[in-house]
Design a protein around this ligand. Structure first.
Ligand SMILES: Nc1ncnc2c1ncn2[C@@H]1O[C@H](COP(=O)(O)OP(=O)(O)O[C@H]2O[C@H](CO)[C@@H](O)[C@H](O)[C@H]2O)[C@@H](O)[C@H]1O
Length: 542
């Protein structure tokens, strides 16, 4: 590292004893309703001592504390799912105002006098079952706006520093900043924490790192002039490191220095190897294809369950779909729409962006209206797409409502009260909305791309007669393709028996974390084995 760039920490009060599990196999508490009791995978340390596997997850969002999209859902639910495989995760997150408000007067574990030019401290907290290290750096995080943008929707001018500092703090923890708590594996997510492994390697830390690509469209591209301010040597401006079309890319740095790369579905793992989906990073990923793997996201069945969801006015399950219809009326009323007609209520809950394809829905929603259906769009995103959708809605008062906003309870109500959900993404690494829809008996109409293609089974004749269909897919991803898929869904809705079968099959589809969490556990264990650490387990087929 360059002289003067190491951070000095001035105090490390005693760690919370709960953070320092003593060695030996532990019995882990069961998760969810299944009666499973797993033994922890046990990592043999050099001195013959054994301890449960410890993961440091570094992330810019985590549900329920900070969420702008699916990343938070995954980083919030994966740690709980991993517990049932005996893997303990602690997540390092920025101390945004909302997070700091929940902490009260916690004593810092460590204080950085100069973390990329700012003073910061590290606080341990346990909130909503999540183990957290919170990076309290008021200069970086205590400001109005969201995690990435200011009140006017513009990127915070210093996002490079905000997320490099997060990554740098993660690297310090991996290096052994906190006596009594050193991770066996570091897990980073997207560009915001991708620099963790860059800093770790520069500091000589060989702890294995997994990086998960949730969305390769966001890459953390900044001027190469920032390298000194990032505390990194000029030599990292090279094609085999951070250099990216004349700039530097945080995500590229992470992809070059992590030991394993995962994406959130096997299809997307194949897609990112192509120029069309790789968005400039396909070359890097092709070079690293031997460590690339797709693991489909799971969903938190405790949070997304129409039978107990507090945001659903009439709770229901697969055996009481009649009650779902009551939610439909409540939903239409909330959005100021006329009572249901002959056609379906087709909704969208999404970022309204080119990725998500809602420009195409602006010109096809009339298909639903002309068949006496209702349309609800709830989300926010690109101004042009918002305007196009609002203009369409203005032509159909009482039939179509577009609300620009972001609100978790409303998202749940829409899933419960709609007949169908539309997700016409141009690319979709995994997609969670369609999974939530399935669980709520709401039939997804989706493009055939990425995770959408492997989580929804198109209602073609073969799939219907085999009783496995769960939704409607279209390809190629064009306005005509979407219109045709909407037409097919509207037609199916006219046959109540067929529709009920689709709902039934969707509600029974299995998208819990169990299988995917096991795949992550295998990735972790493989890395430890490659690093020469012995992993023993009775819960994993390792
Ligand atoms: N207006 C609104 N109000 C309330 N909630 C809203 C909302 N708009 C969207 N949401 C919520 O945000 C989440 C969106 O998650 P997705 O996975 O569908 O897409 P996203 O592009 O954010 O995630 C990226 O990361 C995830 C996680 O890996 C991948 O599944 C995905 O393909 C990738 O693009 C859902 O929980 C949805 O309910």
């Amino acid at each position: 590292m360059e002289a003067g760039t190491m951070n000095a920490f001035i105090s490390i009060p005693d760690m919370d004893p709960a953070m320092d599990p003593k060695g030996g196999p532990r019995i882990c508490r069961k998760l969810g309703s299944g009666a499973r009791v797993n033994r922890a995978p046990v990592v043999e340390r050099g001195n013959g001592e054994a301890a449960a596997m410890k993961i440091l997850s570094v992330t810019s969002e985590i549900f329920p504390l900070v969420k702008t999209g699916g990343l938070a859902d995954v980083t919030g639910s994966l740690p709980k799912a991993m517990e049932s495989f005996g893997v303990e995760t602690t997540s390092l997150i920025p101390g945004y105002p909302k997070v700091m408000d929940m902490l009260g007067n916690a004593t810092p574990l460590a204080v950085f006098e100069d973390l990329l030019g700012v003073r910061a401290s590290l606080i341990h907290a346990r909130i909503d079952g999540l183990n957290l290290f919170v990076l309290d750096a008021p200069e970086l995080y205590n400001r109005p706006g969201g995690p990435y943008v200011d009140g006017t929707g513009r990127d915070h001018h210093d996002n490079w520093r905000r997320f490099a500092a997060l990554s740098r703090a993660g690297a310090e923890i991996a290096m052994g900043l906190l006596p009594g708590w050193t991770p066996d594996i570091v897990h980073t997510h997207d560009w915001q924490s991708a620099m963790t492994s860059v800093y770790m390697r520069e500091m000589g830390c060989r702890t294995p790192v997994v990086i998960t690509i949730h969305n390769i469209a966001f890459q953390g591209q900044f001027s190469a002039d920032l390298l000194p301010a990032l505390g990194l040597p000029p030599s990292l401006y090279s094609t085999s490191s951070l250099e990216y079309f004349g700039d530097i890319s945080f995500l590229k740095g992470g992809l070059q220095t992590a030991d394993a790369i995962t994406t959130v579905s096997p299809t997307y793992a194949r897609e990112v190897l192509t120029p069309r989906f790789g968005m400039g990073l396909d070359g890097v990923l092709n070079e690293r294809v031997s460590v690339l793997k797709g693991i489909v996201n799971g969903i938190d069945l405790d949070i997304w369950d129409p039978a107990i969801d507090p945001h659903v006015p009439r709770n229901y399950d697969v055996n009481a779909l009649r009650r779902k219809r009551e939610n439909r009326s409540i939903l239409l009323e909330k959005f100021g729409l006329d009572a249901p007609g002959r056609g379906p209520v087709v909704s969208a809950v999404s970022r309204l962006t080119w990725q998500k394809g809602f420009d195409m829905f602006a010109s096809t929603a009339d298909e639903v209206i002309h068949n006496d259906g209702r349309v609800i769009v709830f989300g926010q995103g690109d101004r042009d797409i918002e305007q196009a959708l609002l203009a369409t809605a203005a032509r159909y008062p009482g039939r179509m409502a577009v609300h620009i906003g972001y609100d978790e309870p409303t998202a749940h109500l829409i899933h419960a009260g709609s007949d169908a959900i539309v997700q016409p993404s141009r690319f979709e690494p995994c997609g969670l909305t369609q999974l939530y829809a399935l669980r709520y008996g709401t039939v997804p109409v989706v493009s055939r791309t990425g995770g959408l293609s492997e989580t929804i089974i198109d209602a073609n004749d073969a799939a219907m007669s085999a009783r496995v269909a769960t939704g409607f897919q279209f390809h190629p991803v064009t306005t005509d393709g979407l219109r045709l898929a909407l037409r097919r869904a509207i037609h199916a809705f006219e046959d109540p028996k067929m529709w009920a079968r689709l709902q039934n099959q969707g509600m029974k589809a299995k998208f819990s974390w169990e299988r995917s969490a096991q795949q992550y556990a295998v990735v972790y264990a493989d890395l430890l084995r490659k690093a020469g650490r012995t992993v023993r387990s009775t819960s994993l087929a390792l």
